[in-house]
Design a protein around this ligand. Sequence first.
Ligand code: GN1
Ligand code: MG
Length: 350
Amino acid sequence: MQPMGTGNVNDTYLVVFRTPFSEERGILQRINQRVFKKPEWILENMRVVTKHVHRRLEREADAADRIWQLPRLIPTKEGRSCHVDENGEWWRSMTVIASAASYDRVQGPEHAMEVGGVLGQFHRLVSDLSPARLRDTLPGFHVTPRYLDTYDKMLEKSAARKRLDSCAEAKRAARFIGERRTLAGVLEGALRRGELRLRTIHGDPKVNNVMIDDLTDKGTSIVDLDTVKPGLIHYDFGDALRSVCNPAGEETQNLGDVRFDTRLCEAFVRGYMPRAREFLAAADRKYLYDCVRLIAFELGLRFFQDYLAGDVYFKVRYPGHNLQRARVQFRLCESIEAREAAIRKVLNFG
Ligand code: GN1
Ligand code: MG
């Protein structure tokens, strides 16, 4: 068993079951119960969504341009979907998408297009899965005004204020947020007015959650189904683009390398749109630019809030890690704002 991936929340391991003549691999994960208060609900959502997708994939297999995949749960020996150990920790295992890899940073336009294609395919496959069939495993997830409230409350705590006041970069981040408060409600407002509606979403379609076939370089699967739940597909669209179009990656130390690359955005759209046409309405299109800007802002806010809280949500590898991550997202957000006209043009295409 060996640690795997760069997840910020759960602990993930690759397990190998050897027999004298072969081996089988699986993914084993410990669910972070600080984040996922009801682990049984994530498992339930995962069962519902994978069953639905696998059934559709089977139906469409003959006409498909490749073998699309989606991991499924591997039951325990007793037939349960997880194992709760003596410390109350929840463990579950899943199938591996083998002969494929994921990358923490985009490798180029072809890769960006494949990520777009995989997300478009996922959205298409779940577009007829009513979100009412899914549990809300993370209430408030991607509801930006709620993150802003949490941040405001955090600032009332003296430990957080101290962290803020003792560092020029943190003060700059707080100013950045202060100047963009009105942005926070853009998607939730559209949802309230009935312009946008809840659908089944992935919740975390960043670049390293998309598997690329080693042999063909084509996207084959989206992984990390923990955050599958009812939401706006705009959260997914924005999250994928803020991740794919920043060639420096979200973990970079070099702020100067961070930018939103419109060429990569165009490639992503070329992959996404042909699959999205059947479910994307005119009102959805209206908010595509806003969601890209919003999710970069939101993720920066979430990292920064966690920095002020003392790193209680996202795993960190060094002091100030969450502040650095926030700075990357804010820099990206600025770059998105500076390229607004070009991005809107690319997003209107297709
Ligand atoms: C977290 O744990 P991981 O890496 O799959 C987070 C996402 C963020 C992401 C940023 C449940 O995902 O929302 O976009 O970090 N997941 C949760 O890398 O908060
Ligand atoms: Mg995740």
